[in-house]
Design a protein around this ligand. Structure first.
Ligand SMILES: [Zn+2]
Length: 89
């Protein structure tokens, strides 16, 4: 009876697939971030903040006028690279 309960509980939850999939998904995401490092800035329209009249504008300070923001995955990659470069020296 004891063994049967243990076996059934082992079968019902199978987290093994997630341990296999997680690195694949993470690496895929990081590669995507390396190729496409930016996402559109959500504070402005193409790096410009328009005035009420629409004729004047100023650069967005969140993206410094680039209209894009670095994705989190790319920041992680940059962080990894700096740690690796530091280890070399
Ligand atoms: Zn912006």
């Amino acid at each position: 009876m004891h063994a049967l309960i243990a076996a059934s509980s082992h079968h019902s939850s199978s987290p093994g697939i997630w341990f296999l999939l997680l690195p694949v998904v993470t690496v895929g995401y990081l590669i995507h971030c390396a190729i496409y490092p930016y996402r559109p800035c959500r504070y402005c329209d193409g790096g410009k903040h328009r005035s009420a009249s629409g004729k004047a504008w100023r650069y967005c300070r969140h993206c410094k006028g680039t209209g894009g923001q670095l994705r989190i995955g790319r920041r992680i990659l940059t962080g990894l690279k700096t740690t690796r470069d530091r280890a070399k020296k």
